[in-house]
Design a protein around this ligand. Sequence first.
Ligand code: AMP
Ligand code: MG
Length: 340
Amino acid sequence: MSALSEPASYRPAPNPPTTRRLAADAAGIAEAARVLRAGGLVALPTETVYGLACDATDPVAVARLYAAKGRPSFNPLIAHVPDIEAAQRVGDFSPEALALASRFWPGPLTLVVPAIPEATSELARAGHSSVAIRVPAHEVARAVLAAAGRPIAAPSANRSGHVSPTTAEHVLADLDGAIDLVLDAGPCAVGIESTILDCTISPPALLRPGGLAREAIEQVLGAKLARRATPQGKADDLIAPGMMASHYAPSVPVRLDAHEVHPGEALLTFAGARPAGSERAAAIFDLSPAGDLIEAAARLFAHLRALDAAGASGIAVVPLPREGLGEGIRDRLERAAAPR
Ligand code: AMP
Ligand code: MG
């Protein structure tokens, strides 16, 4: 049996923070960057809506962000960077993608390109081998990104299912006490989210209409955008037939809610549970020996990969909690377990 994996990066969640509200001046910007680099959650103004920002390279910070938003599944997050040079360290740009970036960044356009794997955490990409990238136009956002010096995930700063916030008051109405800091720069200007283009295909496909008009994009491309039926650009809509390959899934069968380990199987467990047959498991990985769902979410993709590499005939997964991030973890494992 292989050793239990205990990534050194996990830090236990701190006591529930009180949310600080700072003016978006030089001191506020420096503090926001410091909190982000320390793995904290910061609501930032962008030209579209207030974003809930975290370090996109840190799976624990990303898990905390999903928990604060109360998202029922792990949607892929947009990596925000201060300029094109930083963007090219996060993803692979085709000449077409580069032409769009040069023309429209900074601005309300998000480009999905093949990911440079080490540049963002797999949890931030929700397992995709592509990454969505944007350079926001808001000068406060860009100053924070430049000072943070790493890609920053920033979905809208609201609880899942609520409307996107365009003021610091909206942010606090939803997330007071759940995040570390709000950087207040007054109301946002555009108020609708970025247009999202899939640039992993040519011509690119419109995944979500938004703050930049299709016509302006088509003019630069000299071609019509391909159509992709993805209302609202929800991550679920991306899991169309033939697209699973872009989503990490183990090569062996995954069996959920297992109460015993079958011969030849490896075990994915939680909170130290050892179901019958564990002693003959090909490998055992515990998502969180302490039973912490944020730690479990942060480790999910790394553990799936390690289990996949263990040479087992299948992966048995113990019953996992359904509350909090448990719902997103179960959702991801159900996709991994789906017949392909
Ligand atoms: P937002 O809610 O504005 O943060 O936008 C997030 C949306 O970006 C997701 O729900 C997806 O629709 C899209 N997105 C992010 N990453 C990817 C990706 N790698 N591939 C396709 N779409 C993505
Ligand atoms: Mg939103």
